[in-house]
Design a protein around this ligand. Structure first.
Ligand code: NAG
Ligand code: NAG
Length: 478
């Protein structure tokens, strides 16, 4: 291949860890295919990545890979969680866009590496489409949601036109939603993305609607899902995009394609230091006895909510492994006095860590259930490992994911809009024993399909091959 014909893919995630992780995984897979990769981090995330991984050693193993970073417009010492994340969204257009444009121009002029031949950008970073069009570089959009979440978000403006949104939060939250084609009998008001509970004039609504509409200007779509899980909606998405590549679960595809994936950079993609001591604790627990609890990286709980979860878990009398991040409680509110009972049980039957190696935890034979915020990436990991879920969705696509988990795929129960120790206790008991029968068969069946999809000749495996071929062609015709 001539030097100037090497595919060079510029990858631009939304600077939040749930989005960075799947993008990094894709970047590694493409690098493994012999492509040059420029991965565009925010300064904040890059700084955190440097703390958890040895980047020079990684460059040695993957000479085609380079990280660069640009500002996201927020102060470097401000944690990216809670409401400040909305500011981060808006900043992408004002702060990140001109920086990204400059970056692309300099990459083109660089004599060290061949010029970019394609951009892959997060579905919430549509400013990149403007830049790509202006500079004549092909662009692919990769919203890191599942297909159902994505399809729902794409219909936000239809929901408003049809008068289904907005609604009062106290109003009938179980009213069915009918104006999303292909999902007529699935969603209720309470299952719509968190932002649908806002006023239509809210800047966040405006942001979501315009991103969803801009995304369609990219002719190619990548999704971290697999055909067997969401086929009917994937077909519908095909009417908006020339090409749709479903290549998930990406973390599993990476493991099947790259021999030594323990060395992979995406294993550091959660951008937090993992506490592996919980693996030993899990070794000492009975088969499928443990409920694993994690609310991901951007959700904050009030003190009361944390206490409800804690009581519910303890009262269920099941051993639990709980990820309690330093900033899990809103504004780092003091927990104050904790009852003797909670402390005692937690000491005997619980284990808390500040961050867990989630993929390994879910794969551990002692883990029998997952209490999750239903972020897409956690949902996929749990599906892949055949671990049934209790969903406590809070924002964005999480509400849709929770509905799919409970109603469509029947791989868990949805606890949305409640946070009460009695309900939590009952749900944990249902999941771990009383109603496990109802869901375990479909959980195993869907896990089997997920595994099949990433194997040789599996749907996601083949789709990645096609994507790689397509990216090669792009670099030749560009
Ligand atoms: C994949 O498909 C090809 C062609 O049909 C076949 O030769 C090969 O054995 C298959 N591989 C596996 C692992 O099934
Ligand atoms: C495959 C993957 O992306 N996994 C990550 C999903 O996000 C959680 C929370 O940020 C991480 O812990 C997982 O490793």
């Amino acid at each position: 291949m001539e030097k100037d014909k090497v595919p060079h893919v510029v990858i631009l995630p939304l600077p939040l860890s749930g989005h960075v992780k799947p993008m990094l995984t894709l970047a590694e897979l493409l690098c493994d295919a012999g492509f040059l990769i420029t991965f565009v981090n925010s300064d904040y995330n890059h700084d955190r990545l440097e703390r958890v991984m040895d980047i020079p050693a990684f460059y040695n193993r993957s000479p085609g890979f380079r990280f660069v970073s640009i500002s996201d417009g927020l102060p470097l010492d401000e944690p990216r969680l809670g409401p400040i994340i909305f500011q981060l969204f808006f900043n992408t257009r004002t702060v990140s866009k001109p920086l990204f444009r400059e970056l692309l121009i300099s990459l083109r002029q660089s004599t060290k590496r061949s010029p970019p031949t394609c951009i892959i950008a997060d579905g919430l970073m549509c400013f990149a489409i403007d830049v790509a069009e202006e500079l004549g570089v092909p662009i692919i959009t990769f919203p890191t949601h599942g297909s159902h979440g994505m399809w729902t978000i794409m219909h936000t403006s239809n929901l408003i036109e049809e008068g289904e949104v907005p609604f009062q939060e106290e109003s009938d939250m179980d009213k069915p939603i009918t104006s999303i084609p292909g999902m007529e009998s699935l969603l209720r008001r309470r299952d719509l993305p968190g932002n649908c509970r806002l006023e239509v004039e809210n800047p966040l609504m405006e942001f979501i609607i315009s991103e969803a509409s801009a995304m369609k200007r990219a002719s190619t779509l990548i999704l971290n899902t697999f055909e067997e899980l969401e086929a009917p909606i994937i077909v519908q998405l095909g009417s908006f995009f020339d090409k749709v590549y479903t290549i998930g679960p990406l973390h599993a595809l990476l493991k099947t394609r790259i021999k030594d994936s323990s060395q992979s950079v995406s294993s550091c993609g959660s951008l937090r230091k993992e506490d592996s001591s919980c693996m030993e604790w899990l070794n000492s627990q009975p088969l499928k006895s443990v409920i694993y609890v994690s609310f991901g990286s951007v959700i904050e709980l009030s003190r009361d909510q944390l206490i409800e979860f804690w009581h519910g878990l303890v009262n269920s009398r099941k051993p639990f492994l709980w990820v309690v991040t330093q900033d899990l409680v809103e504004g780092n509110e003091e927990l104050g006095q904790i009852s003797e009972e909670l402390e005692q049980w937690t000491k005997e039957k619980g284990y808390m860590v500040s961050w867990a190696p989630q993929e390994e935890v879910l794969a551990h034979p002692s883990v029998g259930g997952f209490l999750t915020h239903s972020g897409w990436n956690s949902t996929l990991e749990s599906i892949f490992e055949g671990v049934p879920m209790i969903c406590w969705p809070q924002v964005a696509d999480q509400q849709v994911n929770g509905r799919c988990v409970s109603k469509l795929w029947r791989v868990g129960f949805d606890m949305k809009d409640t946070c009460d120790r009695f309900i939590i206790e009952k749900m944990v008991r249902d999941l771990m024993e009383d109603k496990r029968e109802e869901i375990i068969r479909s959980t195993n069946e869907i896990a089997r399909m997920a595994r099949g999809s990433v194997k040789e000749n599996g749907s996601s495996h083949c789709n990645l091959e096609r994507l790689i071929e397509d990216l090669r062609l792009m670099s030749l015709t560009n």
